[in-house]
Write a protein that binds this ligand. Structure first.
Ligand code: PMP
Ligand code: GLU
Length: 386
């Protein structure tokens, strides 16, 4: 009955486990969940107030598919101010979350036999979307030793005549690794003279620690600007996961045109109220809130790292960004799915198996939760592995 293309799709493992943990908790079980990739903070007041005002004004109708002009302008200003990349409003499309932006992009660009290079561990959704489009996933394995970053040499070796695109995520979900300017320049050098596109997923750009600097892939040079599709949103930086807001930017008119046509025949525009609220998340009004949450995440990261390092059988690379620890469990188990299932059954602690991100022997622990839960959760993990 079902199409071949939909049969290849797996359910998002991150969503499945987070939902399971939520259900068990609702049944009254003592569950501590470190599975969800979403901030535990509320959306900042300034954004909520903008939404209330918009609703009161009756701004409740269809809009242009890509988004209202004020929003597209606000995104351009943000990308120039924060990321040193100069786009025009016509280079931007807003969608129902960055996940939807990625869906549109991959549907428009990837077809049967096209190869897409994805460094592993990767965010669960990328390979699924590539396969759904008929593309071939080319994984480039990175490990703790290389700080979970793809080197220029690895990229060079992975490229073939069929390579259509690479997906870079900085800061990374699930490892928190952040590419430096020099590392991006080395990757850019490998791509020079090719017609390979780069999808740069910058969802966690605001969550950077130890005073490190975030560099946008498209800002490296003109060649990278032309080949890069910058993907971002507000789910992580201003805790707007439920509002569904994402965007992408590319100077490639043909590509933008195709994605607009695709969205015009599927979702149309995104929620009109979210569009106005998003402007308040982008134009600087929420900057104090963004920094407040970032500082809190950094404190939690330091706490969680200290506690994990105290467990002999586990190790972890300190993440420079995002809100995840990608914990090496290889001394305990080489089956991350079984590890995660038993940890949930015996200790009521939910984490995501590394295998979902393409890397066996690890689990992802989200520290987007309160300190008390982090302390208790890691205590239970310690008991479990001992
Ligand atoms: N990219 C990455 C790396 C993510 O972790 C996520 C979700 N957590 C997304 C994109 C999609 O986010 P959203 O659809 O909520 O904008
Ligand atoms: N991306 C988040 C995560 O990694 C949210 C869940 C999802 O969209 O897959 O957990």
């Amino acid at each position: 009955m079902l199409t071949k293309r939909v049969k290849v799709l797996n359910e998002s493992m991150t969503i499945a486990i987070s939902s399971l943990a939520r259900e068990l908790k609702a049944e009254g079980k003592d569950i501590l969940s470190f599975s969800a990739g979403e901030p535990d903070f509320d959306t900042p007041e300034v954004i909520k107030n903008e939404a209330i005002e918009t609703l009161k004004k009756g701004f409740t109708k269809y809009t242009a598919v890509a988004g209202i002009p004020e929003l597209l302008e606000a995104i351009c200003v943000k990308l120039e101010r924060d990321n040193n990349i100069k786009y025009k409003p016509s280079n931007i499309i807003t969608s129902n979350g960055a996940k939807h932006s990625l869906f549109n992009l991959i549907q428009a660009l990837i077809e049967d036999g096209d190869e897409v290079i994805i460094p592993s561990p990767y965010w669960v959704t990328y390979p699924e979307l590539v396969r759904y489009s008929g593309g071939v996933v080319v994984e480039v394995e990175t490990t703790d030793e290389s700080g979970f970053k793809m080197t220029a040499k690895q990229l060079k070796e992975a490229i073939t005549s069929k390579t259509k695109m690479i997906i870079l995520t900085t800061p990374s979900n699930p490892t928190g690794s952040v590419y430096s300017k020099e590392e991006l320049e080395e990757l850019a050098e490998v791509l020079k003279g090719t017609d390979i596109f780069v999808c740069s997923d910058e969802m966690y750009e605001k969550l950077i620690y130890d005073g490190k600097k975030f560099i946008s892939v498209a800002s490296i040079n003109e060649d990278m600007f032309q080949r890069t599709i910058t993907v971002n949103g507000l789910s992580k930086s201003v805790a707007m996961t439920g509002w569904r807001f994402g965007y992408l930017a590319t100077p490639n008119d043909e590509l933008i045109g195709a994605m607009k046509r695709l969205q015009s025949q599927s979702a149309s525009n995104i929620n009109s109220i979210t569009q106005h609220a998003a402007i308040a998340g982008l134009d600087g009004r929420a900057d104090d809130d963004i920094e407040r949450m970032r500082v809190e995440f950094e404190k939690r990261r330091d706490l969680a790292i200290r506690l994990i390092e105290d467990i002999d059988k586990l190790s972890v690379v300190k993440p420079d960004g995002a809100f995840y620890l990608f914990i090496n469990i290889k001394k305990v188990s080489n089956n991350s799915m079984n590890f995660a299932k038993e940890l949930l059954a015996k200790k009521g602690v939910a984490v995501i198996p590394g295998i979902g991100f393409g890397s066996e022997g690890y689990v992802r622990f989200s520290f987007a939760t309160d300190e008390k839960s982090i302390i208790e959760g890691i205590k239970r993990i310690k008991e479990f592995v001992s």
